[in-house]
Write a protein that binds this ligand. Sequence first.
Ligand SMILES: [Zn+2]
Length: 381
Amino acid sequence: MKIQKITTYALIASMTAMMFTACNKGGSDDSDDTTAATSVEITAEVPVTETTETTEETTPPVTHTEDEYKAAGINELNSVPILMYHRIYGMTNAETEYTGGNVDESGYNRTSEAFEADLRSFYEQGYRMMRLSDFVDGYIDVPFGYCPLILTFDDGIRDAVLEGWNEDGSPIFDPTCAIAILEKIKAEYPDYNVTATFFLNKDLFGNGEENDRKILQWMVDNGYDIGNHTRDHVKLDEYEADEIQDQIGYMYQYLEQIIPGQYVNIVALPFGQAGESDPKFDKIFAGTYEGTEYTSRAALLCGWTRSYSPFVRDYDNRAIRRIRAYDNNGVDWDIEDNFNQLNNGVRYVSDGDPNTIVFPAEDNSSGDWLKNTFDHQVIPY
Ligand SMILES: [Zn+2]
């Protein structure tokens, strides 16, 4: 037990109060913020200092004031970077003939040096990772004042390159592949919440089926997610409904055999195609394969720009936008271009409570920009 001084704010609410909010926040930014009830209109904040007894484990309640929201730029209607990576090659940037860590002309593949630098840079810029599946659920659990960041990898190639197995059954990866670098960063930055979703085709990571089955289980046991990138990496817009159903349904059935119930029902569209109004694309989202029904909760486009917040009108879970993780000297929607835009007032900044949606009232002045509340408490300020 210890005596702790807590400063709280007495809230003076109007009689017609419609909203009340209470957040618990500890001394650091990564503490849990919980508790949410109905809302009140906060008309004034009066600081009150009181002395109370508390245990070491108790998190003292702190109510965020409008001034605190303003000072931190809290805005949960703003945009979120969902990065689209492909292969990570064990090369330095100097070893490629393209700019800034690109391994091919279009910049779909990246050097391990550049990938590692990307991850450090995002951390320094105030981003913290979260799972794509939580984003699709509208559950954004990032500390107060930080911005969510989501990593995705398409195709599986060079993402988990196996070198052997430890005695305890854990995989030994080539230290330059994506998963090895993610694990390295995870160890270095415990508050980064390192995670990523890998979208696979029928050949998985290319280490042979027996090895890849074990790797997939290790990955889901270690905080990574696996999604559907179709069986054969085809252009879905060139296919008819039945073929689309086979491409999507096969992968769900295959993943169900390997990691039952532990994959995410999300599709990364090969070449970013589909999601258009043609009803055949409904097979991406619901169908039947060999007698078993499947559903997809979301589909991802090929990358160029940041995603809308899942709470706003223009967000479309059937066509979620991603940023192509490449370098083009800061122009044409490369990483630097995108993050410059994000950091210039359009990025999602979390209030630390995944069960509330906090934003400047003027951002929803049209009355219809906030659309999907996921039953969260809504707190305009
Ligand atoms: Zn692909």
